[in-house]
Design a protein around this ligand. Structure first.
Ligand SMILES: *Cc1c(COP(=O)(O)O)cnc(C)c1O
Length: 365
């Protein structure tokens, strides 16, 4: 199958959807990733048959044989994107084509059958149409969409699975920052790396997250919110956070982010921020930046702002940086001006309240 192929969806409505009053109560304070809509998408794959049995069905547990390959060898990939309620009551997604393309490249790295891009987008749209009432109307809220795919063959041999299940679940989410955007404190991990050259760092696979959890726990033990990983070879250059890319803003107005050398996840927010920053007249560079330079530039004042970015929190200012030897602040330690301007413009494009010069908004309803 190539990227243009798709399937017809069988719609099996949930006979017991959450009642409207209960749904409204849940949507009033959804938090992140703890409540779910009434339905999910499932599409199956078998070698020699291709993708088949596309369905929107009631959300529920998946029965699994204990010898299912993913449980043993972690052949699993995922995506994360959001659907937004538009001012006229419709629904749109932000750059789902980019998620579809990244899902395909993640599949290739994990030796999995890729989901055709058209089928990926049609699956998202099919789920949104059925669960449209779950897209929050609150201007801070959105419907977080989680496509994922795993090896479903029942076999203990080590080889690429010959069967896969592709699913999408959806979770209404509120504002990531309660009470306004707050700068985060980050922990620079000296003991752990996230991804090495030739590894799976550029693929969005569950295994990368499993490997990052101990470093994230260490960050929290040291009073930090997030972990920053350095490169695995020299332990010198900043790569990214556990689930967010990183940016730097300098006193001459220029903006840099580490280059995509293969061990960094190619964030769609990262790419969008690069384009918006250039549109706004910033000189933008993708270049390696060492942790020592970060510390020196923060001390000299050359570095004015730092921020992290990703779908969940959009753009997050980095206020304080800590490692085993001590800590330093970036700029005033507060959210920077360029950081907040980029954040506001990106959020406004996503929500349809600002012009969309790059054609990023994908209208569904
Ligand atoms: C998903 C992810 C990001 C952010 O990607 P977006 O497409 O912007 O959401 C950054 N780093 C890692 C490790 C990720 O998994």
């Amino acid at each position: 199958m190539n990227g243009g192929e798709t399937l017809d969806f069988e719609i099996r409505r949930n006979p017991q959807p959450v009642a409207a009053a209960e749904r409204s109560a849940l949507l009033a304070n959804p938090g992140f990733g703890r409540i779910f809509t009434d339905h999910m998408v499932t599409v199956r794959y078998a070698e020699g048959k291709g993708w088949y049995d596309a369905r929107v069905e009631p959300r529920g547990p998946i029965a699994m044989d204990p010898a299912t390959a993913v449980l043993h060898y972690a052949q699993e990939i995922f995506e994360g994107l959001k659907a937004y309620r538009t001012a006229d009551g419709g629904v749109s997604m932000f750059r789902p084509e980019a998620n579809a393309a990244r899902f395909r490249s993640s599949a290739q790295r994990l030796a999995m059958a890729p989901v055709p891009e058209r089928l990926f987008i049609d699956s998202l749209e099919a789920l949104i149409r059925v669960d449209r009432d779950w897209v929050p109307t609150d201007p801070e809220g959105s419907l977080y969409l989680r496509p994922f795919q795993y090896a479903s063959e029942v076999f203990l041999g080590v080889k690429p699975s010959s069967e896969y299940l592709f699913l999408i679940i959806a979770s209404p989410v509120g504002s990531y920052f309660k009470g306004g955007v707050q700068p985060v404190k980050v922990w620079v991990s000296r003991d752990y790396t996230r991804a090495a050259p030739g590894g799976t760092g550029a693929a969005k696979c569950g295994g990368n997250y499993a490997a990052s959890l101990v470093a994230q726990a260490e960050a929290m033990e040291h009073g930090c919110d997030q972990v920053v990983f350095l490169d695995a070879v020299e332990r010198k250059y900043v790569e990214e956070l556990g689930g967010m890319n990183v940016f730097y803003v300098f006193d001459d107005g220029s903006i840099t982010t580490p280059p995509l050398t293969g061990s960094i996840l190619p964030g769609i927010t990262r790419e969008s921020v690069l384009r918006l920053a250039a549109d706004r007249g910033h000189a933008v560079r993708e270049e390696q930046y060492s942790y020592e330079q970060w510390r020196a530039d923060a001390a000299s004042g050359r570095l004015r702002e730092a921020f992290a970015c990703g779908t969940a929190a959009v753009v997050t200012p980095i206020g304080t940086v800590r490692d085993g030897d001590g800590e330093f602040t970036v700029g005033s330690g507060e959210a920077g001006e360029a950081t907040m301007a980029l954040r506001e413009q990106l959020v406004a494009i996503q929500r349809g309240t600002a012009p969309d010069p790059h054609g990023w908004v994908h209208r569904v309803l």
